[in-house]
Design a protein around this ligand. Structure first.
Ligand code: PHE
Length: 331
């Protein structure tokens, strides 16, 4: 039985033939199974010896079946792989990534939220009161010019800065107020490598009892060092904004790739002008923003500019063109 079985196993050309061979020997009516059933007719003294022979035959046959099966599988696998080069590199899986503006905005928000600033927003279609008057910007101020600002026939306008959100927030909130407002701003600028008619700002406002200039400096220094690196030098340069007094522009000393380090302007800021609080108070019954009771600071920065500085982007238009060759670099 064993000799015959082993011959049949080694002659099997595929798994099907091998399975037939297995059934013929080890199946319910297989030759070895039947032989084992016949052991009851063997004389008592010979039973042990015959049993041992049967077991040895079963072990050998089983082993032969297993190794033949592995060999047949290997042959089948090789055939399946014929014509395929398994050393070729795999095809890359295409994934999306966040736009650089989104990345820098989210990073700025994350830092400021850790410091206790909450998100606020306001409309992009604004009125002159929230964009200018309440921000102590007189009617003859150049920023209000039709040449610089998009006006609608209704007299409304596209906000020229996110500072209008300062007013919107103070109209309804009660101090202490600590908000940031990222959003679009619009100006009638000639479009070139550093100007678009729409850009992205991030506004901040902190109003409470005894907010002081050192609070402003400490907050913004910390923020900019979180954003640009802990050893970044930060400088406050006196400036003018109608709605803050004193006012500053903030520069950071940065090394743009391949250039000598230099001071780069990144934000405007200042202590909220009491005239702004007065115009808020006029519209409220509770006197909550009485300049004798509260002080505050405000800041605003261009996110497009921050992204351009961070990554050495030379043309702002790249930020809106959605050219995959450009965007791929920020994945
Ligand atoms: N709104 C100013 C601008 O657009 C920036 C600014 C915001 C300055 C808040 C001071 C305080 O240039």
């Amino acid at each position: 039985i064993q000799t015959e079985a082993l011959a049949r196993i080694s002659a099997a050309e595929d798994e099907r033939m091998l399975e037939d061979a297995r059934v013929a020997v080890l199946g319910k009516k297989g030759s070895l199974t039947l032989a084992a059933a016949g052991i009851k007719d063997v004389p008592k003294e010979e039973k042990a010896a015959v049993g041992q022979l049967l077991n040895a035959a079963r072990t050998e046959i089983t082993a032969a079946l297993e190794s033949k099966q592995l060999a047949l599988r290997e042959i089948a696998d090789r055939a399946a792989l014929a014509g395929i080069d398994p050393t070729l590199p795999g095809r890359p899986i295409l994934t999306g990534a966040l736009h650089p503006l989104t990345q820098i905005r989210d990073e700025a928000i994350r830092i400021l939220r850790r410091m206790g600033f909450a998100l606020a927003d306001g409309p992009e279609i604004e009125d002159e009161f929230h964009c200018f008057d309440a921000l102590n910007t007189p009617a003859d101020h150049p920023a209000r010019n039709e040449k610089d600002t998009f006006y609608f026939d209704s007299g409304k306008l596209l906000r020229t800065h996110t500072s209008s959100v300062q007013i919107r927030t103070m109209e309804s909130a009660t101090p202490p107020v600590r908000i940031i407002a990222p959003g679009s701003a619009y100006r009638r600028d000639e479009i070139d490598a550093t100007h678009l008619s729409v850009f992205n700002q991030l506004e901040g406002l902190y109003v409470a009892e005894d907010v002081s200039l050192p609070d402003l400096k400490g907050t913004l220094e910390y923020f900019l060092r979180e954003l640009f690196g802990t050893s970044t030098e930060v400088r406050f340069r006196p400036h003018f904004f109608p709605f803050t007094e004193p006012s500053f522009e903030i520069d950071v000393k940065l090394q743009v790739k391949g250039q000598a380090p230099r001071w780069i302007e990144v934000a405007g800021c200042g202590m909220v002008d009491p005239a702004v609080f007065d115009s808020i108070n006029k519209g409220r019954k509770d006197d909550a923003f009485n300049p004798d009771k509260v002080t505050g600071f405000a800041f605003g920065m261009g996110l497009d500019r921050l992204a351009m500085i961070r990554w050495g982007i030379k043309d702002i238009r790249l930020l809106i063109e959605n050219d995959v060759r450009f965007l791929k670099q920020f994945a």
